[in-house]
Design a protein. Sequence first.
Lengths: 192, 192
Amino acid sequence: MESEKKRKIMEAATRSFAIFGYKATTIDQIAKIAKVGKGTIYLYFTTKEDILKGIINDIAQKMRDVANESIIPDHSFITNFNAALSGIVEFREKHELTIKLFQEVKELGTPAVVDALQSLEIEICDFIESKIINAIERGEIRECNPKITAFLMFKMYINLVNDWKDRYEPLPKEEVSNLINMYFMEGLAKHK
Amino acid sequence: MESEKKRKIMEAATRSFAIFGYKATTIDQIAKIAKVGKGTIYLYFTTKEDILKGIINDIAQKMRDVANESIIPDHSFITNFNAALSGIVEFREKHELTIKLFQEVKELGTPAVVDALQSLEIEICDFIESKIINAIERGEIRECNPKITAFLMFKMYINLVNDWKDRYEPLPKEEVSNLINMYFMEGLAKHK
DNA sequence: AAGATGACCATAAATGTATTTTGGTCATTT
DNA sequence: AAATGACCAAAATACATTTATGGTCATCTT
């Protein structure tokens, strides 16, 4: 049971964080946008960082929803993996907030934001891990350490989507899918 | 033909950078350690950053040597890959300089150091790339984009050796080799 | 004459200080 | 009982002053 006030505060904070960044957003500003008194905010959140954590939690939940929606039970694990991650990335791109926060981490390294994004990363990895455990149980993929595998799959996605484009031309989404599929599922060895 | 003086300057700079970091090292300090006049340094290097670049170039060369030494022609591509990277990492760990520089990038983000380490990363990737091209030509591994493959192999190594330990227990070197071998060469698919 | 040098300088970084802003509280109001 | 905004300590900012540093070059050495 989430109060109307709390939702308004979170929406206001989300908008302000997305436009000005976390550090540059003041509690007074959030209160003003949300049209509540400053003190009211502290009825629902203990600190400014707590507001950010609440928002990130919401985002993680939405990401899980988006991913789950794009998963089709009949399709293979890797197909679903690509579809889900593609959905998440699209969602993330739409959501100016995460872009702004990533930028803030790079430029300012604001500790609260670093922590928040790291916890988001962990939640995504945990989600992937649960799907991997599932796929192993169903016999869809080989036995492997699900935590390490989830970590590496997530990192490879970030490497291809974010890091590669810092040095060369960005890779089209289609190619990212193909590459993850090739390296992770098939491997480089020549299977006879 | 490298002059004796130039070598002395580079050695002095290497030692000082390794102990105090790039930013905290002054030209006067380098001159003092190298036992040359300050002006002498500027006969061989145009700027302070130029000294760092020279040192990094030397390291890259040494890394290539170490890697090439640990490669055994008869062994498989992936075995040699692991041996070479393992050799480089050991070399790097011994070399306090690179550790200090990585630390400085994380903590201070000193631009000159960021640039220098990035160029080192590119050189390592180029080296791996050349070995991959070789392996494809010899028919040891499947056809693939050598540049992307080199990039991803390097990144996976960094992910496993550096990033994983920020969150969980560090992985033993042996396991890193096994993991890279498993994911990159074999893949998760169940090959019959 | 060619190589080497350190006093010297402009500028950048560090330090100190005054001023403003901001996260968080709580007595008062609704 | 819920909501509020004036209020406060602490942090961030801005500014002035001092110090440190990268790089130069006239002079010195060989």
